[in-house]
Design a protein around this ligand. Structure first.
Ligand code: ZN
Length: 133
């Protein structure tokens, strides 16, 4: 397993980590898939369009509207502050993706990129990349 560090600078932010995942995988010859996993409860990882960065911005904005900060939340006692909406957004996105490998390379579609999803930034985050045989 390889570890990637991601530094976020906004509360909700999607960051393209496709190249970092490729670098972390290195020569994954013989492996069938790459597991990309986020060990956090207020972040996630997803695949979406990487060509136009505005798509990631639209997705971040949409998730902030789908789960509204102004709702009546119960999880208010957290060392990091009342971040219940961040937890819910994280579960909508999920903590992992699985990408098939073709000859050791990520078999992503032409427009696809891998995005780290921050929902309670700014923070220093981790992403685990594992080549599965
Ligand atoms: Zn919390």
């Amino acid at each position: 397993m390889q570890e990637i560090s991601v530094k976020t600078d906004r509360r909700t932010q999607l960051i393209d980590i496709t190249q970092q995942v490729k670098d972390a995988l290195g020569a994954a010859n013989g492996a069938a898939a790459a597991l990309v996993y986020v060990p956090h409860t207020t972040a996630g990882v997803t695949i979406n369009e990487g060509a136009d960065p505005l798509v990631a911005e639209d997705l971040a904005n949409a998730l902030e509207k789908v789960v509204d900060d102004s709702w009546e939340w119960k999880h208010v006692e957290d060392p990091d502050g009342p971040n219940a909406p961040s937890h819910v957004r994280s579960s909508l996105i999920n903590p992992q993706i699985l990408v098939p490998l073709r000859d050791g390379e990520l078999a992503l579609g032409t427009w696809q990129g891998i995005f780290f999803c921050e929902f309670d930034g700014p923070r220093e985050r981790k992403v685990y990349v594992t080549a599965l045989s």
